[in-house]
Design a binder for this molecule. Structure first.
Ligand code: DX5
Ligand code: ZN
Length: 220
């Protein structure tokens, strides 16, 4: 199954309900990028603001936490209605405990890997994961170029999931996904796609999502 998750990082933050409404009918999840200016050199939302967006969203929310000290700082998000919470492997001291807690609180538990982090680092975590996020840019900013050199990691993750009987675990890619790159990521084995600037810089955000979905479906 193909899932499309528009990222509002490049949307108009002052008009979020309108921006979300533009994509709601054709999207699976809303991808919310939380940045703390510590784990990444950019800041997006405080927890309070993120909570408002999560609770007000017409779409179920996939929260991507690019925040340091995730073992502690991710915990308030467990009290929101987010359906999926992604923490960075590089930001956790004890990822297994945090992922277990996320699941215990009824949310999908996901781990993200920066481009430089090897996939083998998370092999032991597989049974605790509902989604793996392989970053296809350095986290921090929208509008960057897709890193095709990360595709071997996506392929390795796909192989583990298929061969290990983890068919319910989603494999997400985030960064530089557009009408040219989505096929490459799908061929490597991704099934869940974040797309930011290509969607919200377009005059027809819903049309872009539909086109992306068709391109991915043509590969699957
Ligand atoms: C980058 C964020 C992405 C970003 C994607 O750190 O995690 O979700 O919004 O934006 P595009 O699609 O423009 O690369
Ligand atoms: Zn993201």
């Amino acid at each position: 199954m193909i899932r499309l998750c528009p990222s509002i990082l490049n949307a108009n933050f002052d008009e979020l309900p309108n921006e979300i409404a533009k994509v709601a009918r054709v999207s699976d999840l809303l991808h919310l990028d939380v940045m703390d200016n510590k784990f990444v050199p950019n800041f997006t939302f405080s927890f309070e603001r993120a909570r408002e967006i999560i609770e007000g969203s017409q779409l179920p929310v996939d929260v991507h936490l690019m925040i340091a000290n995730a073992d502690k700082e991710a915990l308030p998000y467990l009290d929101t209605s987010a359906v999926s919470i992604t923490v960075h492997f590089e930001a956790c001291e004890d990822p297994l405990s945090l992922l277990t807690e996320i699941r215990k609180r009824g949310k999908r538990a996901a781990i993200a890997l920066k481009p430089g982090t090897g996939i083998d680092e998370i092999k032991d975590l597989l049974p605790a994961l509902d989604m793996i996020l392989v970053m296809t840019v350095e986290p921090g900013f929208g509008g960057q170029k897709f890193m095709s050199e990360v595709m071997p990691k996506v392929k390795a993750a796909r192989k583990w999931l298929d061969e290990g009987g983890f068919g319910d675990t989603w494999l997400q890619v985030d960064g530089g996904i557009n009408l040219e790159t989505i096929s490459t990521a799908t061929k490597a084995g991704a099934d869940t796609f974040v797309a930011g600037s290509v969607v919200f810089n377009s005059p027809d955000p819903a049309g872009v999502i539909e086109n992306l979905r068709q391109l991915a479906a043509a590969v699957k």
